[in-house]
Design a protein around this ligand. Structure first.
Ligand SMILES: [Zn+2]
Length: 461
């Protein structure tokens, strides 16, 4: 099956832009792109891309899909206050909540041009069903490439950690469940739709033993490692107090810097920290909306890029970045850097690269994803950058990044249509949205039944 997209402005991310050209896709792979007229291929399906900008599919490298069900809570809290308020709400989640939340959250990502998403799920309350299977079911239905990271916490309040003991697991149980998740679901093949990572939650909720054992497990199985790091100054203080080290130094001591690791946030870094991340090729997931919402700070993205450290983007969990579209994070990243360092701190094209190739590198898939080139998987987005409003902007990449993103015309994942004409095509869009709203109501009801204060306050009962 051959698909040709013609008359389109192509921003391949690698190589020069093509103001009017074509993309040829055979099966799940891009086989040719170039300027001018497309070749005549008998039997090929042709899509007229006039007025559209073609980019690689966006790659989301940090999320907590289940948080779709707990948006709008603890609105004015710092990270630690917000976590303490929400841990017990999340303790009430079950597989039905996770599947509904993940369906809506992944559908929302697809509608903002995302073709690959990771997820960091780190709460597995006992007796609440198979939560990892629930989110994988949702990802298969929506049709995005999915990189679930089997998260974990073993350092509850009684051990000096932040979370209540009710949401943490035992070390041995975590390692067994994580190994089983990798064995059951991880597909290392080139066109994989599902790869599993290993992801203890953070230095303030995972023990040193869990971090080192997780690293050994991931390296034994050849999968990637992910965790939260250096998100807030509270975390800096916690690490200094408990471990006598700042977060990046602590990670180095635990063997957690390397090309197989990507870290969420990495906001509070010293010059030495940045040099260490660059030298070890440790990736970071920049989540500017969430950092802004929680008042965490502004990550040193432009300085990291200058030092050669890899940066991708993430929307982070919806509970700290309500309804954030992944495309919008390009703008947010650019504005944060420019507000701090001036108008040349990050260009629109650099922001697009963070969202595509930077994300692919975080997930170890830069050979398969992240650019439009022959031989890469056909994960492609057509943005209606020449539509009635966006056509007033001279440069389509500028129209994509500097303002509200243009409508999405087409999203292909491995050549398969996931969004067309701005609508989800794999599942009924309204039903996906309703699944998220139902999950929200169900989670708050389950939490209220357990007497959780944060769930009661919102609804005033
Ligand atoms: Zn997070």
């Amino acid at each position: 099956m051959t698909l040709i997209i013609e008359n389109v402005h192509i921003a391949p991310v690698s190589g020069p832009e093509i103001p009017s050209g074509f993309l040829r896709i055979d099966g799940d792979t891009i086989t040719e792109l170039g300027p001018g007229q497309a070749p005549d291929v008998p039997g090929a399906e042709r899509v007229d891309g006039a007025g559209c900008l073609a980019t690689p599919g966006l790659v989301n490298t940090h999320h907590h899909l289940y948080q779709w069900a707990s948006q709008g809570l603890a609105q004015d809290a710092t990270l630690f206050e917000w976590l303490v308020a929400l841990y017990e709400v999340w303790a009430a989640m079950d597989a039905e909540v996770v599947e509904g939340a993940a369906t809506a959250a992944l559908g929302w990502l697809a509608l903002s041009g995302c073709t690959t998403s990771s997820d960091h799920h780190y709460i597995f309350p006992k007796g609440r069903g198979d939560l990892l299977a629930a989110e994988i079911t949702a990802a298969r239905a929506i049709g995005l490439r999915f990189h679930p990271a089997r998260g974990s916490m073993d350092r509850g309040r009684s051990q000096g950690g932040l979370p209540p003991d009710v949401v943490v697991e035992e070390l041995d149980d975590i390692l067994a469940a994580t190994a089983e998740a990798v064995d059951t679901y991880h597909d290392p093949s080139r066109s994989s739709m599902l790869r599993v990572a290993v992801a203890p939650c953070s230095p303030f909720s995972a023990s040193g033993a869990l971090m080192t054992e997780s690293a050994a497990l991931a390296r034994d199985k050849g999968v990637r490692l992910h965790t939260h790091l250096a998100e807030t100054l509270d975390e800096d203080e916690h690490c200094l107090e408990q471990f006598g080290l700042r977060p990046v130094d602590y990670m180095e001591k635990l063997g957690w810097l390397g090309p197989d690791v990507w870290l969420a946030h990495a906001v509070h870094l010293s010059d030495t920290d940045i040099a260490k991340l660059a030298a070890t090729r440790t990736g970071t997931a920049h989540c500017p909306s969430s950092n802004g919402r929680l008042g965490a700070g502004v990550a040193r993205v432009s300085e990291m890029l200058r030092q050669g450290a890899n940066v991708g983007l993430g929307v982070d969990g919806s509970a700290s970045s309500e309804l954030t579209p992944l495309a919008g994070e390009m703008r947010q990243a650019l504005l944060f850097q420019r507000a701090r360092h001036g108008p040349q701190a990050l260009t629109a094209r650099q922001a697009l690269e963070l969202a595509t190739l930077g994300g692919a590198r975080n997930l170890g898939r830069q050979d398969e994803l992240g650019t439009l080139e022959p031989g890469k998987l056909a994960d492609v987005v057509l943005w209606r950058a020449g539509g009635p409003f966006h056509a007033a902007v001279a440069d389509p990449v500028c129209a994509l990044v500097l303002g509200a993103p243009p409508p999405v015309e087409l999203v292909l994942v491995g050549g398969r249509t996931v969004v067309a004409g701005g609508e989800l095509r794999t599942v009924a869009q309204d039903a996906a949205g309703r699944a998220g709203a139902d999950a929200h109501r169900r989670l708050l009801r389950l939490a209220r039944e357990r007497g959780v204060t944060a769930a009661r306050q919102v609804h005033g009962d």
